[in-house]
Ligand binder design. Structure first.
Ligand SMILES: [Zn+2]
Length: 471
């Protein structure tokens, strides 16, 4: 159907399902297409997904594992992951080669660069006309938009998302127009300064379409300079102007379950940023769903918690019928043994498997849309599977901490780091000290209560609390 060639990106919109592009009226509706880097190299079918990275790596996977054992074709990299020093000393700004070389990323997947993680951690300070507030590994900082533009020019990612101005609180009457103004201003600057011809995805703000109609007109006028849209509210895919239909739509609106993925696909999203992939792997849960599934008596679970003792002697693969490396070579009991031993390979095997289940999920979604049965298949899936993932029960892939208190030994605590972390400005430290002074603190440790005030890791991860107090 519509083939749109933009700087660096070719997007071929091939077919649309119910209420789709061919139907007229609305720009929503599930659709299939093919997205390719213009120079050849990487290409993949949509709808598809983006794997998130932590400091440039898909968690638990080395570059060769990612290349050889997964079908991940797009990864999302946040610049804030690399800005831990004051400006002249930030290596990523001065790096003489590309982002791909900087993070040693394999050549078979596209790199999307954005200023912030997705979803971003709430910051203590607001954005300004010239900077956005970010969270680095050493606390909250301001990232000058100019520094981001320079980073895009120097690092030449496969796709750069123009910085959006999104406040951490629900914006009021005055703040909303300012969001639109700044986002348009920054996009204009990025387009003007894009000497490296990096494909640019324009952000679409989480506001009503009417509230950003001037900005959307601006996008229409500059469509030849754009390669795609980054939606911060996936529902907007339904109401986007027709002129923007040919642009691929990347959703940065978190889809928390496979059901939410289907919903976003039905709105017309092409590429989804999935965080549940790594969250489930961290929790020791192997994904076991298929699309559309079979309607039986009882609803099937979306995942199997491999910490569960019932899998202690199970020689089954992580999911029945799965053809991934982990399922071909190992079984559930082995992965449980590795989990219990806190052996990192457990999470490597789980991540390879979970990525395969998600890839297969999207493959069957595309087939379903192309067949024209997507709507019915979604109903079957809703009937066949539980609404939520199973509760997390196990420990994550974190380190052991020796306790100074003999009564508590061996004390094993999970430390929260990097992508596992959701924090907010002004919150107190959440991880216990790894080391104490031998003098005063030892006495304090000996007086620790019988049951140490344990940290509810899962609640922290979900609820969003902080450790990193800004320096
Ligand atoms: Zn598998």
């Amino acid at each position: 159907m519509a083939v749109a060639t933009r700087p660096g990106i070719v997007f071929d919109l091939q077919a649309a399902g119910a209420g789709g592009v061919a139907g007229g009226g609305s720009s929503g509706g599930a659709r299939v297409g093919r997205l390719a880097a213009a120079g050849g190299g990487v290409s993949f079918d949509t709808p598809s997904f983006v794997a998130q990275t932590s400091r440039g790596a898909v968690p638990h996977l080395s570059g060769d594992n990612l290349r050889d054992h997964t079908d991940v074709r797009v990864v999302y990299v946040a610049l804030e992951d690399f800005v831990e020093k004051s400006h002249p000393n930030v290596p990523v700004y001065n790096y003489p080669s590309t982002l791909r070389n900087f993070i040693s990323h394999p050549p078979n997947s596209l790199l999307v660069l954005a200023p912030r993680r997705s979803p971003p951690v709430t910051t203590a300070t607001p954005n300004t006309d010239a900077s956005i507030a970010i969270l680095t590994s050493v606390g909250f900082r301001a990232l000058k938009v100019e520094d981001y533009f320079n980073a895009v020019s120097n690092l030449r990612p496969d796709i750069a998302i123009s910085p959006p101005d999104i406040p951490h609180q629900e914006p009021g009457k005055i703040r909303r127009p300012k969001m639109v103004f700044r986002t348009e201003l920054w996009l204009g600057e990025l387009i003007n300064r894009n000497t490296s011809n990096t494909p640019i995805f324009a952000p679409v703000l989480p506001l009503d379409i009417e509230q950003q109609s001037y900005y959307l007109n601006y996008l229409k006028e500059h469509i030849s300079s754009l390669s795609g849209l980054a939606l911060y509210d996936a529902r907007l895919a339904v109401d986007l102007p027709h002129d923007l239909e040919g642009l691929p739509r990347l959703s940065l609106d978190e889809a928390l379950t496979p059901h939410k993925v289907l919903q976003q696909v039905s709105w017309g999203v092409d590429v989804l940023n999935l965080s549940f992939l790594t969250q489930m792997t961290d929790a020791g849960i192997s994904l076991i769903f298929q699309f559309p599934g079979e309607v039986g008596g009882k609803k099937e679970a979306l995942g199997a918690d491999l910490w569960n003792k019932e899998y202690g002697a199970s020689l089954e693969p992580l999911a029945v019928g799965c053809k991934c490396y982990s399922c071909r070579k190992h079984h559930r009991a082995y992965v449980q043994h590795l989990l219990t031993a806190k052996e990192m390979t457990a999470w490597v095997l789980l991540q390879i498997h979970n990525a395969k289940i998600v890839s297969d999920f999207f493959t069957t979604i595309r087939e379903s849309i192309a067949r024209g049965t997507f709507e019915e298949d979604c109903k079957i899936f809703a009937e066949a599977y539980a609404k939520e993932f199973p509760e997390k029960t196990g420990h994550g892939p974190r380190c052991r901490l020796p306790s100074l208190n003999p009564r508590n030994a061996p004390l094993i605590r999970n430390r929260l780091r990097g992508y596992q972390f959701k924090s907010e400005g002004g919150a107190v430290k959440k991880n216990v000290k790894a080391f104490n002074k031998l003098g005063g603190d030892k006495k304090e440790a000996l007086e620790e209560p019988e049951t140490p005030p344990d940290i509810d890791t899962e609640e922290l991860v979900q609820g969003g609390l902080a450790e990193i107090s800004s320096g």
